[in-house]
Design a protein around this ligand. Sequence first.
Ligand code: HEC
Ligand code: HEC
Length: 345
Amino acid sequence: MIVRWKLGIVVAGALALAGCSGETGPSDTPNDDGLPPMPEFPDNPTTPGGVDLGRRLFHDPVLSGDGTQSCADCHRQAFAFGDPRQFSFGIHGDAGTRNASTIVNPAWQTSQFWDGRAATLEDQAVSPVQNPIEMAADWSVVVAAVAADPDYPAAFAAAFGTSEVTQERIVRAIAQFERGFVSADSKFDRERRGEVAFSAAEIRGRDLFFSEEAECFHCHAAPLFTDGRFHDIGLDLDPPDEGRAAATGVVFDRGKFKTPSLRNVEVSAPYMHDGRFATLEEVLDHYAAGIQRSPNLDPVLGVQLNGGATGLGFTPEQRADLIAFLKALTDPSFLQNPDLGPPSS
Ligand code: HEC
Ligand code: HEC
């Protein structure tokens, strides 16, 4: 079992690599904290000034149409930068149809959003500011407001060499800040480093998670606990959501969504792209006995539905063990890291 678990990690490393082929970045040697080396971003290298500026912008409602909403209002650190509400409300009180994604180890992600429609964090950050059901602002107005602020121009100079405020610089600074959302100090990580021991339930849960019986590790691949790819896991799509097909227009992508990282999943309820499940128990009910047959159902799950089965059929003990393991992915030092919170001044 342990051997298989280690294999899971190696496979995950290879997959992460495959996702970034051709870019400078990850080699297959994990760094000290167990994650693959941080990819490099030659178009927007991280600097201390850029991170400080991005931190301020991420927490600043100046980016919204009426100056009331910041990125952090929907991406709350204590909830792994997700939103405990099923749907977030924009400045005009409109709700969307998807649950706000968590933002955990985004530097290693090769696409953003549940359907992956943005390639980079820079591209992603353009969207919420102008989205009419989110921050509903006009970028040119936002740029002017930031430029008129008494302190921002100096922060832009510290980040980018001159005090000029542009949309591109705003999203670059935010992306630099977000790339610092690194979570790699959960009990899972500490156990791997030999600093703590797992309980019997956590060990059973881990062995099941990384087994062909439960299949979880294929998609939630360690050490990031996501493969960065898109899968249909047999949720009924009512109301309908095209998922990945909304970004690609490809019929085979219907109903596929980006695998979310399971790091800090204990605190990121509600679950799935539409926040339909309130608890991890409900998520496991789905995998155990709620999988719907659909044209694009992932074969890893489809193969489990032989003979009329509706899921992986976990026993109550197996569910409890899996949940004990999932909770070992919680990283308090990430959720409370003061450097990721609002700037104090
Ligand atoms: C009104 C709530 C709201 C606000 C404000 C908001 N977001 Fe989001 N964010 C969401 C929702 C909902 C999604 C998922 C949407 C989807 O996938 O279609 C999301 C997705 C994301 C993702 C994708 C993460 C992933 O793993 O795919 C990132 C990154 C992100 N937001 C960053 C930001 C930044 C930066 C800002 C500020 C400029 C911001 N958000 C403002 C609600 C919000
Ligand atoms: C075929 C790939 C695949 C397999 C196998 C798989 N998952 Fe998932 N998982 C996903 C995808 C994709 C989503 C998001 C689906 C959506 O929102 O429509 C998801 C969502 C989740 C979520 C919700 C996370 C969140 O932040 O919303 C949890 C928890 C979870 N899976 C746990 C598991 C466990 C435990 C197993 C093994 C029993 C497992 N998964 C097996 C791909 C997979």
